[in-house]
Design a protein around this ligand. Structure first.
Ligand code: 5GP
Ligand code: MN
Length: 315
């Protein structure tokens, strides 16, 4: 993968960067942001890392996770250049009410907007972390262990730890190089998949008990009451949407999560050629072919009904 010259020259010539990623950040968003921040700082640049939502507890093993700041308003007067990562619209990052002197977008999502003064969007990239790996190499920055752990985690999360169709030879070569730079696959996989709190597991059991399967579509949901009863939060639901897809006959799996004020967050996962980004776009959301999402304001029954109808067109 080649990093565009324009992207490199921007990073070389600017001094202050505000690195922002999408709301409810996942491992690719967090790992990419931290690795880029570490790399730019090693070049003597100043970086600020922002996300509207906190880093989920199970990502607190990522080196530099405390770089994320919640106080965007204090950073803006410094007038940094914006780097928007792992998403391509300011709305996805909840920064749409602000103006930026200059913006660079680095992303790999199928659903695109035209935001950004310079845009590097590679839909075929398995993870934003993979793009950041090539960017760091092109900048001539030494890959430290801390950067490697962040990037290996980013790539790991977006490839389902090397199981999804985006797991290419290049992904494995890059990951092997990150291991040589200090990332430990077993330790990272343990943090990602085997460190649940008991309460998260209770929420998971309750969520699986809501399973409804019709035709080749599976739905599970989580109400605010279920969060309250188990003492959990939205971040505890990462990966839940994937589970019903383990059933061989299921082509689309959906997790509906109650947000409050009558709104639901829908997370979609699909098998093979079924493109759920297209389904999510019908509702104003987006994502990738096999993982996408959107929000909808309606009763749970209506959200499910609308989703069933829309999905029929694509499966
Ligand atoms: P998740 O369901 O895990 O939140 O997200 C799955 C994928 O869909 C991620 O790549 C995420 O960035 C994307 N996605 C989720 N919700 C939305 C949304 O509301 N809008 C857009 N454009 N993408 C979304
Ligand atoms: Mn990603």
């Amino acid at each position: 993968m080649r990093t565009p010259k324009k992207v490199l020259s921007l990073l070389e010539h600017e001094d202050k960067f505000l690195i922002v990623t999408h709301i409810n950040p996942d491992g690719d968003a967090i790992g990419s942001a931290l690795a880029l921040s570490l790399a730019l700082e090693s070049m003597g640049k100043e970086t600020f890392v922002y996300d509207r939502d906190p880093v989920p507890r199970f990502y607190e093993f990522l080196p530099g996770h405390n770089r994320f700041r919640p106080d965007l308003k204090n950073i803006l007067p410094v007038d940094p250049m914006l780097i928007l990562l792992d998403c391509n619209s300011p709305a996805r990052a909840a920064i749409d009410e602000y103006d930026f002197r200059y913006s660079l977008v680095i992303d790999h999502h199928e659903t695109e907007t035209d935001f950004g003064d310079t845009r590097w969007i590679k839909q075929e990239a398995a993870a934003t972390g993979l793009m950041i790996y090539f960017l760091i190499k092109s900048l001539g920055v030494t890959m430290t262990k801390d950067m490697a752990v962040n990037l290996y985690t980013a790539i790991s999360v977006d490839t389902g730890t090397f199981r999804y169709s985006n797991t290419t030879a290049e992904v494995l070569r890059v990951s092997a190089d990150l291991i040589e730079s200090g990332a430990e696959p077993n330790r990272i996989a343990d943090y990602l998949y085997e460190t649940w709190d008991m309460k998260r597991f209770h929420l998971f059991v309750a969520t699986l008990n809501t399973l409804e399967i019709k035709d080749d579509m599976a739905m599970i949901h989580i109400t605010k009451e279920m969060f309250r009863k188990t003492g959990t939060r939205a971040e505890d639901t990462e990966n839940f949407a994937n589970f019903p897809r383990v059933i061989r006959s299921v082509k689309i799996s959906a997790l509906l999560r109650e947000l409050g004020n009558g709104e639901w967050k829908v997370s979609l996962r699909s098998r093979g050629d079924v493109n759920v980004a297209r389904v999510a776009e019908l509702f104003g959301g987006g994502g990738h072919r096999n993982a996408a999402g959107y929000k909808m304001r309606a009763e749970l029954g209506s959200v499910k009904e609308a989703l069933r109808k829309a999905s029929k067109k694509f499966s």
